[in-house]
Write a protein that binds this ligand. Structure first.
Ligand SMILES: Cc1ncc(COP(=O)(O)O)c(C=O)c1O
Length: 402
């Protein structure tokens, strides 16, 4: 039988298919140059070390690693994570403030579960990470978008938003941000703005969720520290992942939060999966302990920097006048604006069918549904020659619409 709509919970109507996931299906079928998705290059996966860690884990600690684990995660891994974060300038007073996640995406769903009641105000970057929008949307918040420029969220604009919300007696629950090499734009919040953001969070009493998958994948030296390391009041919850520095297939991330929030997280996670795979956690533990990750970073940075430069050069050569794009100092994405009369959701159809290329139309990253003439371009996954060829074809497809 086909299950009638009336059987489903009403909130499922808030779910919609992610365009990125849909596009990944095309990539899987092959024959398309894809700037969609946000996949690392498989050349960066330390396969041999992963094989060794798994073999060692099963033969030496099989009883423990093939068993259920604690919801918080392996103690060995959490203490390595403490060192890792401290190396990044983040003070961790207690390993129990860390929970290992089955991908940082699980953390995003957990934020929705533990923070958002229907109608709560949640502040999001314009544009924001799509899978965070979708994870939060299920809990039906009121999203308010924050304007950005090349230095991240514009603080004067944030302050006006906060004043306006206050005048309407609306309380902000949290602000979600990817402050370093943002997904989807690649931009980085400046140091001055980081300081101001923390001041405003204190003044207007809201929490900050700092999602930080990319701050170790930098192509230029920068002097910005994680928001969490500057947080004197405990307003920032820090989320990160092994996906871009080790392998996304392991589905491993972590969250650092205050003890009270951690208690709620643990309860929420129990309902989701009881625990993250202990065996896979062991791989991450070994990779941190033996500095596999730390040493692999220079390879990742070198490879992606070359790809980023190739894409920037190709954009300069092949994109028509009236287009602009970001120049990210790290991360995996370039964000582009095409002339306003070109709708990138319509353009993508031609691109896939006629030109054999894919990107992510930008509109769905904007909680106010603006950005109809924008696109996100990933440069970590495609090969060098695909970057040149794909941007060339994309330039032609845009010109055809003008
Ligand atoms: C900003 C951001 N947050 C979270 C994630 C999800 O990462 P994970 O693979 O750890 O679930 C991604 C993945 O691309 C991301 O870009």
């Amino acid at each position: 039988m086909v299950i009638p709509e009336t059987f489903f919970a009403e909130r499922t109507s808030l779910l919609k298919a992610s365009e990125i996931r849909e596009l990944l299906k095309w990539v899987a079928e092959g024959g398309i140059i894809s700037f969609g998705g946000g996949m690392p290059s498989p050349a960066t996966f330390p396969r041999q070390q992963i094989i060794e860690a798994i073999t060692e884990g099963i033969s030496e600690h099989g009883d423990k690693l093939l068993q259920y684990g604690t919801t918080q995660g392996l103690n060995e891994l959490r203490s390595e994570l403490k060192n890792f974060m401290e190396w990044r300038g983040i003070n961790v007073s207690n390993v129990d403030d860390i929970v290992v996640l089955s991908g940082s995406q699980q953390g995003l769903d957990m934020f929705g579960k533990v923070f958002i009641d229907e109608g709560d105000v949640v502040l999001m970057e314009l544009p924001a990470y799509l899978a965070a929008i979708n994870a939060f949307k299920l809990y039906d918040p009121e999203f308010v978008g924050l304007k950005m420029d090349d230095d991240g969220i514009i603080m004067d604009s944030l302050e006006s938003v906060l004043k306006e919300l206050k005048s309407k007696h609306k309380k902000v629950k949290f602000l979600y941000t990817v402050p370093t090499c943002q997904n989807p734009t690649g931009v980085t919040l400046s140091v001055e703005r980081r300081k101001r953001l923390l001041e405003l969070a204190s003044e207007y009493d809201f929490l900050i969720i700092e999602d930080d998958p990319y701050s170790l994948i930098l192509y230029e030296p920068i002097d910005v520290a994680p928001l969490k390391s500057m947080d004197g009041e405990g307003r920032v919850t820090y989320l990160s992942t092994f996906s871009k520095i080790l392998s996304p297939g392991l589905r491993l991330g972590w969250v650092l939060a205050d003890a009270r929030l951690i208690k709620k997280f643990v309860l929420a996670k129990q309902g989701m999966d009881l625990c993250t795979s202990p065996l896979l956690q062991y791989i991450a533990y070994v990779a941190l302990k033996r500095k596999v990750i730390q040493e692999n970073l220079s390879k990742i940075r070198g490879l992606y920097k070359t790809k980023r430069d190739k894409m920037l050069e190709a954009l300069e050569t092949y994109f028509p006048e009236g287009c602009k794009w970001t120049t990210p100092i790290g991360g995996l994405f370039i964000f582009a604006w095409v002339p306003e009369r070109v709708n990138t959701k319509e353009l993508i159809q031609d691109c896939i069918k006629k030109y054999g290329i894919a990107y992510v139309p930008g509109q769905s990253f904007f909680v106010d549904e603006s950005g109809t003439n924008t696109m996100r371009l990933n440069f970590s996954y495609p090969a060098m020659d695909e970057i040149e060829e794909g941007i060339k074809r994309l330039g032609q497809a845009i010109k055809e619409r003008l």
